[in-house]
Design a protein around this ligand. Structure first.
Ligand code: M6R
Length: 369
């Protein structure tokens, strides 16, 4: 069942090209038009949406944080991302023009279910992005867009995460199409770039040994920090979560811009710091700002471990280790840059002799509040 891999997690990391490809499959017609009629939402209601609220927990919430960048950019609709368990207890402002998008791999997470119920009571339109057919959250929502990652067994979520990002992007493109924010040509270009993601993930997996070797050399690490900016920020958070969950190593993700507002005080000799570097072709100055962050932490003794885009000439001289991911537009980068961080955590937990698939104290779906 593990397909020859030592753990379900490693198998599921390797399933990711298919998870993304299958989630894209059958949702676009020959004219590059999104065909999400399966959601069964009245398009007129979607046109009236003035705000999107994404509700989720854990890794699924990081998928929501990634989605915010894309949906706001493409559709100009404000997107708030909130942890399900925080949402319900603060009298949130939602109404009939709010689209509440819940994201859940299992469809059974109690915190998210309760938040969706609450949102429904307030009259919001509820859409579930879910990986489990017929589970409770999609059943209780007005509409559903399934991710097609296949069953995820390992407690640490990997392929569901990439499939969730893919599904939220389809939703964003659909809204952009429906509301006239995106031209057909733009949608076509973005879909073409999305279509290339599975083979790019595969090319990362083919080079897994590069990052696994690093992981094996760090089996005695007691703390690892992760920095990212823009869409790289939720990727950094996800990298840290994976490491906590399965390798039991203290790990924290930060927005790179926050460094000087506090976290830089943590840096001393030998502190490992992963930095997810934005594309040098992307938004002006973000790349150079993050490269400066690498220099800042390195000057204070950090061991700098960099995830950068292929062709980025600027990072190598400041890094102990660089993993290059293939070129892709900035908004799609999380679908690639997450993968080496998953492989890193998986290998580190494996060399520590831990139960990668069933980490202590955790359950695959959290069905209690
Ligand atoms: O099934 P869900 O997507 O609703 O689960 C949400 C979280 O419990 C889940 O993502 C958790 O954080 C994972 N163990 C992360 O690897």
């Amino acid at each position: 069942e593990k397909g020859g891999y030592p753990s379900f997690m490693e198998k599921e990391i390797n399933d990711q090209p298919a998870a993304v490809a299958d989630t894209l499959l059958g949702r676009v017609d020959a004219f590059s038009r999104l065909t999400l009629d399966e959601m069964r939402i009245d398009p007129e209601a979607l046109k009236k949406v003035t705000k999107i609220v994404v509700l989720a927990c854990g890794t699924s919430a990081y998928a929501g944080s990634v989605a915010k960048y894309a949906i706001e950019n493409w559709c100009r609709i404000p997107v708030e991302v909130e942890l399900s368990h925080e949402f319900r207890y603060r009298d949130p402002i939602v109404d009939a023009n709010t689209l509440v998008v819940s994201i859940s791999q299992s469809g059974e997470t109690m915190d998210t279910l309760m938040a969706v119920r609450y949102a429904k009571e307030q009259g919001a339109l509820t859409l579930s992005i879910c990986n489990t057919n017929g589970s409770t959250i999609p059943r209780e929502s007005d509409a559903v867009l399934y991710t097609h990652a296949g069953p995820e067994i390992a407690v640490a979520s990997t392929k569901a995460f990439l499939a969730q990002i893919t599904a939220t992007y389809l939703l964003g493109l659909y809204l952009g199409q429906l509301r006239g924010n995106l031209f057909t040509g733009q949608i076509k270009d973005i879909l073409a770039d999305l279509g290339k993601i599975p083979s790019k993930i595969q090319s990362i997996l083919d080079r897994a040994e590069e990052i696994k070797e690093l992981a094996r050399s760090m089996s005695d690490a007691s703390s690892v920090l992760f920095l990212g900016r823009h869409v790289g920020y939720p990727v950094a958070m996800e990298g840290a979560l994976k490491l906590k969950e399965i390798a039991y190593i203290h790990a924290e993700g930060f927005a790179a811009g926050e460094l000087k507002h506090g976290p830089i005080a943590l840096i001393d000799e030998g502190q490992p710091v992963f930095v997810v570097v934005p594309s040098p072709r992307g938004r002006d100055s973000l790349h150079s700002k993050v490269v400066s962050n690498i220099q800042e932490v390195r000057a204070r003794g950090a061991k700098t471990l960099v995830i950068a885009e292929a062709g980025d000439q600027a990072v190598a001289e400041f890094a102990e280790f660089v993993f290059y991911v293939p070129e892709t537009p900035t908004l799609l980068m999380p679908l690639l840059s997450t993968v080496p961080l998953q492989l890193f955590a998986c290998e580190l937990a494996t060399v520590k002799g831990l139960d990668v698939d069933q980490p202590r104290n955790l359950a695959k779906s959290v069905t209690v509040e």
